[in-house]
Design a protein around this ligand. Structure first.
Ligand code: DAT
Ligand code: MG
Length: 136
């Protein structure tokens, strides 16, 4: 059964020229791109995207970061796409939780600028795809 997930290459990844690396790993894994676009995120969309973190100590800083430069937003599809991309991404903390071989494990150090976002559940994926790509 095919699934869809929302993937972001965050501003650090775009700035560092790692968009191709992320997309190559997605395709190599056996997932497909259903949508792909370079975007600058508004504060409003950023707040909605990260609504679950509203009130946490890092929320304002997270919004500042995600709106600090262009991101690449993608809808990625394929069997088990949600969990498969989370595996490619690695854990949230690039040093403590992401293993070498994962995107964050290989290319990131700080928790906040951890290169990529991927939806964490079917409910999040549906909500995030609607937010980023309402016409899909
Ligand atoms: P993930 O992106 O792995 O789904 P999350 O949803 O828990 O992680 O958090 C969203 C983002 O917020 C995460 O990618 C980086 C940032 N973040 C999470 N925990 C943080 C913390 N303790 N300090 C600073 N930034 C944090
Ligand atoms: Mg998350």
């Amino acid at each position: 059964m095919s699934e869809r997930t929302l993937v972001l290459v965050k501003p650090d990844g775009v700035e560092r020229g790692l968009v191709g690396e992320v997309i190559a790993r997605i395709e190599r894994k056996g997932l497909r791109l259903a949508a792909l676009e370079l975007r600058t995120v508004s504060r409003e969309v950023a707040e909605q995207h990260y609504a679950e973190h509203d009130g946490k100590p890092f929320f304002t800083s997270l919004l500042d970061f995600i709106t600090s430069g262009p991101v690449v937003a993608a809808v990625v599809e394929g069997p088990r796409a949600i969990a498969a991309f989370r595996q490619l991404a690695g854990g949230t903390d690039p040093v403590e939780k992401a293993t070498p071989g994962s995107l964050r494990g290989d290319f990131a150090v700080e928790v906040e600028s951890n290169l990529v976002h991927g939806s964490d559940s079917p409910e999040s994926a549906a909500r995030e795809i609607k937010l980023w790509f309402p016409s899909l």
